[in-house]
Design a binder for this molecule. Structure first.
Ligand SMILES: [Zn+2]
Length: 123
């Protein structure tokens, strides 16, 4: 299901603190969690983001044996199954009886509710 596309939806910029590519509409950087005063829309009350997807799990290395190395990769696919992003999140090692937890969360916000009539940009 796809409705009309909101102007500017998905526009990105670099976080001035950590340089990660984030949404232009973000008021807090999701990577480094710094507040982004620049470009923040202070007239509009903040729209609560919803998290329609959260996956959390942990892996424990059994006691004894050789250490493990791990690689965390996240991929995003569009409606047609085409890969639109693939990112290496981190690597590390786990030693006997050590545990690591991993959390993936997808936050969504409605664009039209957050940015009322501020100039239309068509792509
Ligand atoms: Zn940042």
């Amino acid at each position: 299901m796809s409705g009309p596309r909101a102007a500017g939806a998905g526009a990105t910029r670099a976080c001035p603190h950590c340089r990660e590519v984030i949404l232009e509409s973000a008021t807090v950087c999701p990577a480094c969690r710094h507040y982004l005063r620049f470009g923040a829309d202070t007239d509009t009350p903040p729209v609560a983001a919803i998290t329609p997807l959260t996956i959390e799990g942990s892996i424990r290395h059994p006691p004894g044996g050789d250490p493990w190395e791990y690689t965390v990769v996240v991929t995003i696919r569009n409606d047609r199954g085409e890969e639109i992003a693939r990112k290496l999140i981190g690597v590390g090692a786990m030693h006997p009886n050590e545990q690591c937890s991993f959390t993936l969360s997808v936050e969504t916000e409605t664009v039209t509710a957050k940015r009322p009539a501020r100039g239309v940009v068509r792509h």
